[in-house]
Design a protein around this ligand. Sequence first.
Ligand code: DOR
Ligand code: ZN
Ligand code: ZN
Length: 343
Amino acid sequence: MKEIKISAPFDMHLHLREGQMLINVLPYTSAVFPRGVVMGNLPIPVDTAEKAIKYKSEILADDVTFNPIMTIMLTRNTTPAIIREAYNHGIKVIKYIPEGVSTNSEYGVPLNKLHEFYEVMETAEELGMILSGHWEAPFNINGNPIEELCREEEAIPFLAAIINCFPKLKIVVEHASTYGMIEYVKNAPNTVAATLTAHHALLDYSDVCDKTGKIIGSDLYCKPIAKKAIDRSAVLQTMISGNPKFFFGSDSAPHYAENKKRTPPAAGIFTAPVVMPLLCEIFDNNNALSKIENFTSRFGPKFYGLPLNEGKITVRREKWTVPYETNGIKIFLGRRELNWKVV
Ligand code: DOR
Ligand code: ZN
Ligand code: ZN
């Protein structure tokens, strides 16, 4: 096949930041994805309807063609009344990052305190909202750190507890990156789905860290960290499998190069400029191009209860070289040649 024409895709998980960074990165997303779920893990978390409305207007002021699906962050300040207020302002998604797992997660509720927020979950369930979570456990019950490779699977019992208590609550497992989590989601009730990224289908832990765990590829450092071959293969095979519980969320997460050079580096990979061509490459290499539209454009909105995007995009088999960076932000696979291009 020389080119594919598919219903315009959704990015069901991305980070757009604010201010100048937002202005710099949004065009890469909006050129391909008319809609996307925008995460509010800003330095001051987007955890009220008021902040989400303000953030939405900042995004729209920058690009009216993009239709952001807004989220409200679950923080230690969240109450059922705050959730209700957000819902009354059209916000359907609660974003959960446990304390200490990722960028700007200091305000997050630790996994072992999530039970204190069960009234919030009850409200979300009653309203038909979606809980979109970064399910990683950074610490064990003694407060000692869990090694990065195991953090996702260690979070499964906490996730299971929520699923058991709130059987009607729709839950998204963001960026599932392990065989164990993917199997868990496959076997979970239909209220549970997961997003998959392109980078977790392509990267191995050994691309990011050496045998002692030292970070050797800071540009490729993200949370959850890239895992072992069996996990990468599970992400890839699930992505192309046609299972509607799994849909696309890039987790495109821009950081300025200077912050990627710190120790430890800022976690996140800016994939928006390359991600649709990369997905085509992945599906094409696995003789699954006919399934890409479901993954990028249908399964996500179906789970979210949203209409499909209007319009189509065309991706063509055409070589191009990825720019190295944009405005001080390194681009995933910069300087590499890709075989597919969005036209
Ligand atoms: O690598 C990541 N970067 N993982 C996250 O969960 C957050 C994101 C970011 O905001 O930079
Ligand atoms: Zn995350
Ligand atoms: Zn994210």
